[in-house]
Design a protein around this ligand. Structure first.
Ligand SMILES: [Zn+2]
Length: 61
């Protein structure tokens, strides 16, 4: 049995349709293929994306 339903979400930044072959997990960060915005999965069903907050990679102690 082959289930190849494409998972789709909409970019909150540019409203481009994003396709996933596998349902991403909550908290996963991905990039919009259109505007390159960094997006975080905030809900899996239905799939909802939100702009990921900009994190500075500064782990200064
Ligand atoms: Zn976008």
């Amino acid at each position: 049995m082959t289930q190849t339903a494409t998972i789709q979400a909409v970019c909150p930044e540019c409203e481009a349709q994003l396709n996933f072959d596998r349902r991403p997990f909550k908290g996963q960060v991905t990039h919009c293929t259109d505007c390159s915005a960094e997006l975080e999965v905030i809900e899996r069903e239905p799939l909802l994306m939100e702009l990921a907050p900009e994190v500075e990679e500064d782990w200064g102690e």
